[in-house]
Design a protein around this ligand. Structure first.
Ligand code: SLL
Length: 244
């Protein structure tokens, strides 16, 4: 779909707790690395799997997570760069996105002690941006709250789903069909046991609001230009008529 852009705001990071009395030489901390939607929605309509690449000192250091929540829990003794590869469904992109995230176990603030209660949290914000999405993908995620869809001035209106809108029970409620199987558990991270430690990305919400405002301004400019062109052609045809 030309002139259409799908943006998925995500956050990824690590949360680590010191094990205190339970710590031993090789397991001083327990930690979680994760990829989540910035507002904790289920990402399974977008992400097929996430591969976490750990330090070679871990057994089986390549860890594949095929269902949400896209996260991994481990214990260890040292800090290192975690490789995170995000794979998408085939109608979205066949190229994974590779990012690196530094696992931190020790608080950076001077004088702060390791704590079993207060974790060390490092989280980054990013946006997955898909330009010219396939029609199938766009239809699938039209009502999905984890995506923002922006239509440029030359974007064509999207056709109703080929299978007849609403005839598919999994699309009738606006849920992406990939997540609508009742036997599958909810893949959102809203009630995650670590949700209280997730960071807020309010600057990013402001950015999203700015993007939306920019889109609306662009749309009204296009409309004004069309109105102006119509008025000009009307004026021209009036001028062409002989005075009576
Ligand atoms: C360091 N460059 O020396 C880093 C490497 C590796 C951490 C850190 C393994 C735990 C396990 C583990 O924590 N490795 O064996 O289960 O600090």
């Amino acid at each position: 779909m030309k002139d259409v852009e799908v943006t998925v705001p995500i956050a990824y990071g690590t949360i680590s707790f010191w094990l205190g009395k339970k710590a031993d030489e090789y397991h001083s901390h327990k930690w979680t690395v994760y990829v989540r939607a910035v507002n904790n929605e289920d990402l399974s309509a977008i992400i097929k799997k996430v591969v976490f690449q750990l330090h070679p000192s871990f057994s089986n250091p390549t860890r594949v997570v095929e269902n949400p929540p896209f996260e991994l829990n481990e214990t260890g003794w040292g800090e290192f760069e975690i490789g995170i590869s995000i794979y998408f469904h085939p109608d979205i992109s066949d190229k994974p996105i590779d990012i690196f995230h530094p696992l931190r176990l020790y608080p950076e603030e001077e004088g702060s002690q390791p704590s079993t209660k207060k974790p060390v949290v490092v989280e980054s914000y990013d946006e997955l941006v898909f330009t010219e999405p396939s029609e199938g993908f766009l239809q699938r995620i039209l009502n999905n709250p984890c995506v923002q869809i922006s239509y440029g001035p030359t974007a064509q209106p999207i056709a109703p789903p080929a299978d007849g809108s609403g005839t598919n029970p999994s699309s009738g409620d606006g849920m992406p069909s990939l997540t609508a199987h009742p036997e599958k558990k909810d893949g959102s991270t809203k009630n995650h046991n670590l949700a209280q430690y997730f960071l807020q990305h309010s600057d990013e919400e402001e950015l999203a609001a700015l993007r939306e405002a920019r889109r609306q301004v662009a749309a009204s400019i296009t409309k004004l230009e069309r109105d102006l062109a119509a008025l000009e052609s009307e004026a021209n045809s009036l001028r062409a008529q002989p005075m009576s």
